[in-house]
Write a new protein. Structure first.
Length: 617
């Protein structure tokens, strides 16, 4: 028997960091008979920070959560072996000593959060329990191969040399991967090879390096108008020496450096940028009214007989919850609000009060979340410039709403309850709780729409987009649901909106400004390709049998419930390899934050129990 156990954590962003901390604390609280060697692998030299929180990225790239939510040291059972470190606010105050202390509602540079994560890792590394050795490997694990009772990990170091490292237990915490190009992407690459002026950029990150290749004065079309798009746009403008400033009226304006592209031409399904978050977004969950313990118990009871249908079983509760939070703000603090609150959990009584309220106030705006999801859906636009003007007006309106916040904007209060609803929903979506058809509709229809209006950037980033529109750099004239064609005569990508008559633009550069979705069968990383080819992993499928047998595969890796052991092509779980974070997205929900979840503790306990069992054999 080996005298040392070996555990590998592949990917040491926040998820991997939490698991490392719990593993070491479990070992300290209940040591093994043998020593423990922990290998941590990271594609960057900044251990503890994923590429999203790269400490070297520009300071104008902001986090998408308020910094008051960030705290590495919330675990307490067993106690943290390194001792409780500072939460982010305390750390920031000590590190930077600002004149005014942070309130916790700020959205700071992601690089600063990355430094906090790295310093947290260093604290853990410097306080290892006796009997533990920690090895840090900068580079990429490209294969995992079974060998006896353990595994050989093939590791390609950043310097290029290849190593073989043995491990008994492995955690896949790999974060985002690129996907293998499809037919459209291959055609864009081939087009760029034929035309010297053309270029296709398939992936934005690392944003400074990828955007550097785009020449000054070119026209750049960007697919996707989400958070990744904002990062790319700011790199091509602020990152090239331009700067934003406040006018006398308080609006943000842009002063160009002359190094920007001639124009940036965004496009996506709706043609609309994300709505900014409310300035007063709560740092803690708001209590739900209609989705309480009894309602959840009733829904789980139904799971004994069948899978849940999204629209029939869950959506009425979601709509009631959004409606209640909307009218709590719309009615103010007087008699109507008191009547509304007196309805308690009775949705019929609530709607009766709402109808009486609208009879009394005929001009009061009704709650309509569908018009918020796509306010341009039933509008017609004469040309591209009219749509571009609509987008500017939309951004101005959304900035105003976000400044009012949930306390002052009824629609923000109603729609942003989705922060809490999403967490409830995650308990039903995972491991086939919904029918395959409902699962597909949630992932492919509802999630993208609510993501745009609920999980957007801080207000200042939408102010910057608006300033760039007014400066003539951002051009939304073909943004709504266009097609992309290849113009061989000009050597340009041609973008034509299917929703706006005559709206066409040409661009020498095409950028895919989206974060790639999780798709294990199409993952381009050597590790997942080899694991798939060897049958050690497979994609998750939500299956429903019966009269209408159906399946849906959201792209997530297949794994066991609770323990998250990977499941191979033979349908058998592998208790030596577990997975967390981004590869599970689509089966699990909500892997995109630095928040700690309960899985890190569960995984650490499992690993220690399994290693202890091996010692007793």
């Amino acid at each position: 028997m080996s005298q040392t156990h070996a555990v590998a954590i592949i990917g040491l962003g926040p998820k991997g960091l939490y698991c490392l901390e719990r593993l070491l604390s479990e070992f300290y609280a209940r040591p093994l008979k043998q020593s423990l060697h922990v290998h941590v692998f990271n594609r960057s030299a900044s251990f503890g920070a994923s590429p999203i929180y790269d400490p070297q990225q520009p300071d104008y790239i902001l986090v998408n959560i308020s910094v008051g939510e960030i705290d590495l040291w919330t675990a307490n059972n067993p106690p943290i072996v390194a001792g409780r470190g500072p939460d982010f606010l305390t750390w920031y105050q000590q590190r930077f000593q600002p004149r005014e202390p942070l309130s916790g509602k700020e959205y700071l540079p992601r690089a600063v959060v990355g430094r906090y994560l790295v310093e947290g890792f260093n604290r853990i590394r410097d306080n290892l329990p006796d009997g533990v050795r920690l090895s840090c490997h900068h580079g990429e694990v490209t294969d995992i191969e079974p060998s006896g009772t353990g595994y050989w990990l093939q590791f390609v170091a950043a310097e290029g040399h290849v190593q073989q490292i043995v491990a008994d237990k492995i955690l896949l915490s790999t974060g985002h991967s690129r996907l293998r190009p499809g037919n459209a992407e291959n055609s864009y690459h081939e087009f760029a090879r034929r035309h010297s002026r053309a270029a296709f950029v398939p992936y934005v990150y690392p944003v400074k390096e990828t955007m550097r290749s785009i020449p000054t004065g070119t026209k750049v079309a960007m697919k996707g108008i989400g958070l990744t798009f904002i990062d790319a746009v700011l790199e091509l403008t602020e990152g090239r020496g331009g700067h934003f400033y406040r006018t006398g009226q308080g609006a943000l304006a842009y002063a160009a450096s002359g190094k920007e592209p001639q124009s940036i031409i965004p496009f996506c399904r709706t043609g609309l940028p994300m709505a900014p978050k409310s300035y007063d977004l709560p740092q803690f969950d708001r209590p739900l009214t209609f989705i309480d313990d009894s309602a959840l118990a009733a829904l789980h009871e139904r799971l004994r007989d069948r899978k849940l249908d999204l629209e029939n079983d869950l959506w009425p509760l979601f709509e009631a919850e959004m409606e209640l939070n909307y009218y709590r703000v719309a009615m103010g603090s007087g008699e109507w609000r008191q009547q509304l609150d007196s309805c308690g959990k009775n949705a019929d009584e609530m709607r009766s009060v709402i109808e009486s309220y609208h009879r009394a106030y005929l001009t009061a705006e009704r709650f309509d979340y569908r018009s918020v999801l796509d306010p341009a859906e039933y509008r017609r636009f004469a040309d591209g410039s009219s749509f571009a003007s609509f987008v500017e007006q939309y951004m101005e309106a959304e900035i105003a709403r976000a400044r009012l916040g949930q306390a002052g904007s009824a629609i923000k209060a109603g729609i942003e309850i989705w922060y809490e609803l999403r967490k409830v929903l995650s308990g039903f979506i995972q491991f086939g709780g919904l029918t395959p058809a409902s699962h597909r509709r949630l992932v492919e229809y509802w999630f993208p729409r609510f993501k745009r209006v609920v999980f957007g950037p801080p207000i200042v980033n939408i102010e910057k987009l608006l300033a760039l529109c007014k400066a003539g750099i951002l051009d939304f004239s073909v943004a709504r649901n266009p097609s992309v064609s290849l113009d061989e005569s000009s050597g340009c990508f041609r973008v034509c909106s299917d929703a706006i008559s005559g709206a066409t633009r040409s661009a020498e550069i095409l950028v895919d400004a989206r974060y790639p979705p999780v798709d294990i069968p199409q993952d381009a990383s050597p590790l997942y390709r080899k694991l798939s080819a060897r049958g050690m992993i497979r994609a998750y499928e939500n299956r429903e049998t019966g009269l209408s047998s159906s399946t849906y595969s959201p792209g997530a890796i297949d794994m066991t419930e609770g323990s998250r052991f990977v499941i191979g092509a033979n349908g058998q779980p592998n208790e030596d390899i577990a997975v967390t974070g981004i590869p599970t997205e689509g089966n699990l929900v909500g892997n995109l934050t630095v928040a700690r979840d309960e899985y890190s503790s569960r995984w650490a306990v499992q690993v220690m129990e399994q290693l202890r069992w091996r010692e007793g054999r």
